[in-house]
Ligand binder design. Structure first.
Ligand code: HSE
Length: 436
């Protein structure tokens, strides 16, 4: 049988990696897919730029629309990133009856509902394994491998840049800005690193994971997102003394009253496997009612790891080319007419434990004032440390771990604690999850 022809939009790191993997593993891929898969047409912004792949035999253009309009192309692989042009090109490819593979998390998180509806109408597939956690086959695992479960919650380290920064801060006491600059040099960080640091990249990925885990529409705007910019070396150190690590987690939880969707720095017990996922590596912990906890670990970025996911999607699409559209795995794991628009809980209604740090005047009764406020809000203290503050500061540093409480109660308690004359600093708060 003739090979299937694919067209690439973008020939950068992931595009180059995809060409390389398709060439290097051509025989294995054909044995799996039942047909060869070749790239015959590709677009790149600058044709003179040095490439990581051999482009011999590939028609090159600077105009991505040419690829999308090429009648010989059966599958368009979108790797240009961004939202506006990528959305237009993907919708055009679908309108032209082409299947689409994309690594674009922002595109799927923000425009996926529209794109999947268009694809369903046209009877084409849109595959997006590479959009979440790079080479880890987490979409396939949740969508197919865990299809017998009611997913209760998931928690993921889904931004390698953020994890690299937090790991370096903990292990080497390095400064935030210096580590970020290194992540950019090494090519982990997004073109705009605020997407990594402020949690937007992780929120895109969490939106996708939550949709396929719970059968809800994609709702990027509903994700509560907090970055790692305010995590200090001081808190990384105290967390360690209490037996915890600070990780930037994306958490989705199905509760009795709705769905929690949140990205924020989180203390997790250091004995958990996921607490030991370091550097740029990614991991996703998924709790299903039947299987219990399952953990998926691997490279979340990079040319070959991301190409691994792109090529797996190409193989899936080629295998399903002749199948009836109704018999394919649904884009969001659940049949489109079975998606349920569950309420997304505002962060004030989320229940979690807390790490608190504050500086207090060193005099009798101060702790009693703080614990009375916490007690009045129904907040129970789990552990406490008192430390000498740095030489130039007066008072005592108090660090507390609390039991689980609704965030609105903690907000009120912190407001009152900060109003005390005896509290000399803002109260630093970081959420704590046991992930048990
Ligand atoms: N900037 C992303 C990360 C790359 O650091 O994980 C993969 O999405």
């Amino acid at each position: 049988m003739n090979p299937v022809k694919a067209g690439l939009l973008g020939l950068g790191t992931v595009g180059g990696g995809t060409v390389n993997v398709l060439r290097r593993n051509a025989q294995e891929i054909a044995r799996r897919a039942g047909r060869g898969i070749i790239v015959t047409h590709a677009s790149a912004r600058d044709l003179n730029k040095p490439r990581i792949c051999d482009t011999e035999g590939i028609r090159l253009t600077t105009d991505p629309a040419e690829v999308v309009e090429d009648p010989e192309i059966a599958i368009v692989v979108e790797l240009i990133g961004g939202e506006t042009l990528a959305r237009d090109l993907v919708l055009r490819a679908i309108a032209n009856g082409k299947h689409v593979v994309t690594a674009n998390k922002a595109l799927i998180a923000k425009h996926g509902n529209e794109i999947f509806a268009a694809a369903q109408e046209k009877g084409v597939m849109v595959a997006f394994e590479a959009a979440v956690a790079g080479g880890i086959p987490i979409i396939k695992a949740i969508r197919e491998g865990l299809a017998g479960n009611r997913i209760e919650w998931l928690a993921g380290i889904i931004n390698g840049t953020g994890n690299f920064i937090l790991t370096e801060m903990r292990d080497k006491g390095r400064d935030f800005a210096e580590v970020l600059a290194e992540a950019q040099r090494l090519g982990y960080a997004e073109a705009d690193p605020t997407f990594d640091v402020e949690g937007i990249d992780a929120a895109h990925k969490l939106t996708i994971l939550a949709a396929i885990a719970f059968g809800i529409p994609l709702q990027f705007d509903e994700v509560y997102t907090e970055g790692i910019g305010r995590v200090s070396g001081t808190d990384v150190g105290y967390a360690g003394q209490l037996g915890y690590r600070i990780k930037h987690l994306g958490i989705a939880r199905h509760t009795g009253s709705g769905v929690e969707l949140r990205v924020h720095p989180t203390l997790i017990p250091e004995r958990r496997l996921i607490a030991n996922v370091d550097g740029v590596m990614n991991a996703v912990l998924v709790q299903g009612d039947a299987v219990g906890p399952t953990l998926y670990y691997g490279a979340g970025a990079g040319a070959d790891p991301t190409a691994s996911a792109v090529v797996a999607d190409l193989v899936d699409v080629v295998r399903a080319l002749t199948s009836d559209p109704e018999n394919r795995v649904p884009h969001l794991a659940f049949q489109p007419d079975a998606l349920v628009d569950l309420p997304i809980l505002p962060i004030e209604q989320v229940e979690t434990a807390y790490y608190l740090r504050m500086r207090a005047a060193d005099r009798p009764g101060v702790l009693a004032e703080v614990t009375r406020i916490l007690g009045d809000e129904g907040i129970s203290i789990e552990a406490m440390l008192q430390k000498e503050p740095p030489a130039e500061e007066e008072g005592a540093t108090i660090i507390m771990l609390t039991q689980r409480v609704v965030e609105a109660n903690m907000d009120r308690a912190i407001g009152q604690i900060q109003g005390l004359d005896s509290i000399l600093s803002d109260v630093i708060r970081i959420r704590v999850e046991s992930l048990g």
